[in-house]
Design a protein around this ligand. Structure first.
Ligand code: PGA
Length: 237
């Protein structure tokens, strides 16, 4: 069983989002994978409603670093959970690069999401290039220092910035040793068997090679969610 996660980003209007979840629900009935769909905030409630009575989990693309209060424009962990979201993507490279989120902020969000029992898909910022191991260890400590190992629902996600939205996914051979290192180091900090996912230009053509790696527990998919039938096909792999 692998995790197949759709990150819809800011790409679909309401009607297309509804069409997406309906098609994915219909075409993935027999999958043995865990499918997660992460739409934009305003569509979460409707998507959760449609995903009910299916095995699809619905996730948010982010949450506020604040629990509740006067934070105009922000949406809390509790709020997304109140409409049925069960998972959240945190620390995505677009949040880090465009909205200047750092590990300290992401760590606060992890804590709030954990308080609600959400699955946290936490993205790393490492580039996988020479000497990345030290940066990785430091980053894992910053992100997970205050996480209780009683909540074993963190999935660590690696998406090299050079691979996101570029069509240049890493080959399974390039990916395997880095994913192994991430898993080993994450387990040292979290103290439980940690799942790791890969993301960055995963599509119908390259997904089989990536999912064939034992160390890869799942994939986070952006561009290949453009066509719901293609995404559903990936879920059926
Ligand atoms: P991509 O996006 O599949 O378009 O590279 C992945 C992501 O940003 O999560």
């Amino acid at each position: 069983m692998k995790w197949i996660v759709a990150n819809l980003k800011e790409t679909k209007l309401f009607d297309d989002t509804i069409k997406f979840i309906k098609i994915v629900k219909k075409e993935t009935k027999k999958t043995s994978n865990q499918v997660v769909v992460c739409p934009s905030y305003p569509f979460l409630a409707s998507v959760c409603e449609i995903a009910k009575k299916s095995k699809i989990m619905v996730g948010a693309q982010d949450i506020s670093q604040f629990e509740e209060g006067a934070y105009t424009g922000e949406v809390s962990a509790k709020q997304v959970c109140s409409v049925g979201a069960k998972a959240v993507i945190l620390g995505h490279s677009e949040r880090r690069n465009l909205f200047l989120e750092d590990n300290k902020t992401i760590a606060k969000k992890i804590k709030l999401a954990q308080n609600e029992g959400m699955i946290c898909m936490v993205c790393l910022s490492i580039d996988g290039k020479k000497g990345y191991e030290e940066v990785l260890r430091q980053e894992l400590r910053e992100l997970f220092r205050s996480v209780s190992n009683k909540n074993d629902n963190i999935i660590v996600v690696w998406e090299p910035a050079s691979a996101i939205g570029t069509g240049n996914s890493l080959s399974p051979e390039e990916l395997e040793p880095i994913m192994k290192t991430i898993k080993t180091e994450a387990e040292k900090v979290l103290k439980y068997k940690t799942k790791v996912m890969y993301g960055g230009s995963v599509n119908l053509k390259n997904v089989d090679g990536i999912l064939a790696l034992d160390v890869v527990d799942g994939v986070l998919i952006g561009g290949a969610t453009k066509n719901p039938h293609d995404f559903a096909k990936i879920c059926m792999r």
